[in-house]
Design a protein around this ligand. Structure first.
Ligand code: PXG
Ligand code: PLP
Length: 446
């Protein structure tokens, strides 16, 4: 009998893999058997250094004992509890912890099971809020070009990645988009926040002029665009978005699915940039990727307008007709509490902040390598953008991912950008190793 860790299936057909080149993968599979600390082990025994925290989520690293034990104990103690009209203690404890972690009066948590569900939830809360305060004509939602907000119909409607939208019909109506903020002409090889581009937020004024503020419910942006390949916001951009949305009675939603829980060296991007949105969506790092969970953080006035406002109905009436079977799942709550405890006990957010300058320095040492056209970084996020092969967009990065895997490094790719977001427990030596392998990889691929 094979040992459990090395057991591998011999039929890969039935599993239709998400966001994967299924045909190529199944011809040349990469199966992961185990994870511990900063490393993955493949079924063939090879060990990979994890430069991506899984999919931007395992911020505490892998198989952390406190988190593992919490999940094990919880499964034995309370496997499931209905979240509609019932509660369990850890859900309330977790919500309170999150209310403390997020700045200002982002004091209420609505639980979901993923970033996509968090985005759907946030958009629905925004619409319900506008209606609750007598602004029911405000139904438009404004996203941004190249934004990634998951794969629900709400998320792809406000999202701005053509491939994620073009196959799926007409999407939500009444959506418009701000321009994206990547400006390589002016900002190429910026370290941290790019200097130019705050004025791109002013396009919101033109969108308001076009549709009228009375039709717009909310603007949603990633404070740092992650999935598209790490676009830190231009200096002053988020502040300007905040001013314009406030002026026009439009809610500002930060999609913090990647940026929350230490990625920027703080609990949230809201804290990092000192810009307070009305709603913040989270997932991923909330449980360090161990159990699916998201949380939507909502400012008190928004929550109160819906829950305590005139439209809420009698005390026995449900205030918001929304929720998931697995909202506040006991296993997820236990995992999240243990994760937050791990972050705190090990000072991982502070650690990320301390490592960020070194990360920046090392990453930018790659700027003169072959085909490198831009490098971007903030916190413990980084991207190396390669020139695409003529007529074959994405292939150069795809080959880089395979080559890096051969060299025992896991990276992410998006179009021709290599993206890195190591667990916050990464060491200086491991950062050196990541950059060394990246450099070799870039030189060796065509
Ligand atoms: N919003 C943002 C800002 C995200 O980054 C989602 C929503 C959706 O979350 P779920 O949990 O539904 O996937 C995300 C997720 C990548 C990559 O490598 C990025 C994400 C997910 C998977 C891969 O760029 N972002
Ligand atoms: N579809 C059906 C038939 C259901 O009964 C439910 C939930 O009861 C759902 C979808 C939604 O599932 P979830 O609450 O896990 O999102």
């Amino acid at each position: 009998m094979l040992t459990k860790a090395l057991a591998a299936p011999n039929d890969l057909e039935a599993f239709w893999m998400p966001f994967t080149a299924n045909r190529h993968f199944k011809a040349q599979p990469r199966l992961i058997a185990r994870a511990e600390g900063m490393h993955y082990t493949l079924t063939d025994g090879r060990q990979l250094l994890d430069a991506t925290a899984g999919l931007w989520c395992c911020n505490a690293g892998h198989a952390r004992p406190r988190i593992v034990e919490a999940i094990q104990q919880q499964a034995a103690e309370l496997d499931f509890a209905p979240a509609f009209q019932w509660g369990h203690p850890k859900a309330f404890e977790l919500a309170s912890r999150l209310a403390n972690l997020f700045p200002a009066d982002l004091d209420h948590a609505f639980f979901t099971n993923s970033g996509s569900e968090s985005v759907d939830t946030a958009l629905k809360i925004a619409l319900a809020y506008q209606r609750a305060i007598g602004q029911g004509t405000r139904t438009r939602l404004i996203g941004r070009e190249r934004g990634y907000h998951g794969v629900g119909f709400g998320g792809i409607s406000v999202g701005g990645i053509a491939k994620n939208r073009m196959f799926f019909g007409s999407l939500l109506t009444g959506v418009d988009h701000l321009p994206h903020t990547l400006d390589m002409e002016r900002n190429r090889f910026s370290r941290g926040l790019p200097e130019h581009g705050a004025e791109l937020a002013d396009v919101l004024e033109r969108i308001v002029a076009l549709h009228d503020a009375s039709t717009i419910a909310a603007v949603i942006v990633e404070p740092v665009a992650g999935s598209i390949g790490v676009y830190p916001p231009p200096v002053g951009y988020l502040q300007r978005l905040r001013e314009i949305t406030r002026k026009h009675g439009i809610l500002l939603i930060f999609d913090e699915v990647i940026t929350a829980f230490g990625r920027l060296g703080t609990g949230s991007a809201a804290e990092c940039f000192d810009v307070i949105p009305d709603i913040a969506t989270t997932a991923k790092g909330l449980t360090s990727g161990t159990v699916p969970m998201g949380a939507v953080m909502v400012r008190k006035p928004v929550h109160d307008a819906i829950v305590h406002g005139a439209a809420a109905g009698g005390e026995k009436a449900i205030e918001l007709f929304h929720g998931y079977t697995y909202s506040a799942h006991p296993l997820a709550c236990a995992a999240a509490l243990a994760t937050l405890e791990t972050y705190k006990e090990e000072g991982l957010f502070e650690r990320a902040a301390e490592l960020a300058p070194y990360w920046e320095e090392r990453l930018h040492s790659l700027r003169d390598r072959r085909n490198v056209i831009d490098i971007r970084n903030i916190g413990l996020m980084g991207a190396v953008e390669l020139a695409p092969r003529p007529g074959k967009p994405g292939e150069r990065a795809y080959d880089a991912m395979l080559k890096a895997c051969d060299k025992r490094l896991m990276i992410r790719i998006t179009a021709d950008t290599l993206a890195m977001s190591p667990p916050l427990i990464v060491t200086h030596e491991q950062i050196d190793r990541i950059v060394e392998v990246l450099g070799e990889t870039i030189e060796e691929i065509e």
